[in-house]
Design a protein around this ligand. Structure first.
Ligand code: AVI
Length: 331
């Protein structure tokens, strides 16, 4: 069997300079608004991706265990449904790919004919995952892409040769604003063909304390993860943030149905960011919104599928009904 293990598609990978320019632009825009914010995608540099891997192992962060449990229980029916013909198994926001390994192992054991295409903004995530899978499954064809979701979709639209099975796991969809999630899913639908599949993970609404605890772990790893965004600004944009002058705060927003995470200034301060040639003023108690993690009902998931050109094939729940991996078909 031929082995392909190519990691980066140069033509679509965003180069470091472009990424840095976008980062500078988005930070300037976000911190210049009356309600300051920084897009959460910038949390994921090498350190942020490492910290996220630690979060996924925390006892409080139930999402990962629930999704692994759901994939494990339903892997037979998932693999039977997607069928055996040659396919591209494309993962958006692959991260460390640990959940996906459950499916990959199962498909390989069942002699499915597929290649695995992890797409992630973090180069280290794609490189490490590709090396790790290549070591464990030398016969697995892997084509990794270092790019953001939207460039990833542009690449996806060119993959017409085989059936596409797109994985968007981990409730990554929950980090979009509701209207952005709809636009993204419509765009995704336009990038694939009728009959292609999307396996998408949603964290479901549940007991409030359980959800809040998942973002307020006892070891403070989530705090380090979120505050890393300020270290990244210091490192890459010449920022002068004193990390001790901000504290992490996250809470359940019942109206929007999301855990909202913030960094709160603990004093009156002015912070200069050299590459932006700008200083930003923070009053004591002023917040920077850093992340929203939306939670869903199964009715909301059905509406999203309907609105974006998909039909639900089946919902795969974990043992506790905390999480659902929903298999959608493009119609
Ligand atoms: C990646 N994403 C789905 C995570 C979430 O739950 O919103 C990121 C995260 N933030 C804090 N903990 C985990």
């Amino acid at each position: 069997m031929s082995i392909t293990h190519s990691i980066i598609q140069q033509d679509l990978s965003l180069d470091a300079k472009t990424l840095r320019r976008q980062f500078a632009h988005d930070v300037l825009k976000g911190l210049s608004q009356p309600h300051k914010s920084i897009p959460c995608k910038y949390i994921y540099d090498e350190r942020g991706s490492e910290l996220f891997c630690k979060i996924m192992e925390l006892p409080e962060y139930y999402l990962t265990d629930c999704e692994k449990n759901s994939l494990d229980i339903h892997k037979d029916v998932i693999s039977d449904t997607i069928g055996r013909g040659h396919s591209n198994l494309i993962e958006l926001g692959a991260g460390d790919g640990m959940k996906t390994k459950i499916l990959i192992r199962h498909l390989l054991e069942r002699d499915h004919d597929f290649r695995y295409c992890p797409i992630d903004i973090s180069e280290s995530a794609v490189v490490n995952l590709s090396h790790c899978l290549n070591r464990e499954y030398p016969a697995l064809e892997i084509k990794g892409l270092v790019t953001d979701y939207f460039q990833g979709l542009a690449w996806l639209s060119q993959q017409n040769n085989s059936k596409n099975i797109v994985l968007f796991l981990g409730s990554n969809i929950g980090n979009f604003l509701p209207h952005e999630a709809i636009d993204f899913l419509k765009h995704l639908r336009e990038s694939i063909n009728k009959g292609d599949y999307l396996l998408i993970g949603f964290d479901l609404k549940k007991d409030i304390n359980t959800m809040v605890r998942a973002y307020n772990d006892a070891q403070g790893i989530t705090e380090q993860f979120i505050i890393n965004i300020l270290s990244r600004i210091n490192r890459e944009l010449g920022g002068e943030f004193d990390l001790d002058c901000f504290r992490y705060y996250s809470t359940w927003d019942a109206l929007s149905g999301a855990i909202k995470s913030y960094l709160i200034s603990t004093c009156d301060q002015k912070v200069h960011i050299r590459h932006l040639k700008t200083s930003f003023t923070f009053n004591h108690g002023e917040v920077i919104h850093t992340e929203s993690s939306y939670k869903f009902t199964t009715d909301q998931c059905s509406l999203m599928a309907e609105e974006t050109g998909f039909e639900i094939v089946e919902n795969y729940f974990d043992d506790r009904n905390y999480f659902v991996d929903s298999l959608w078909i493009a119609i």
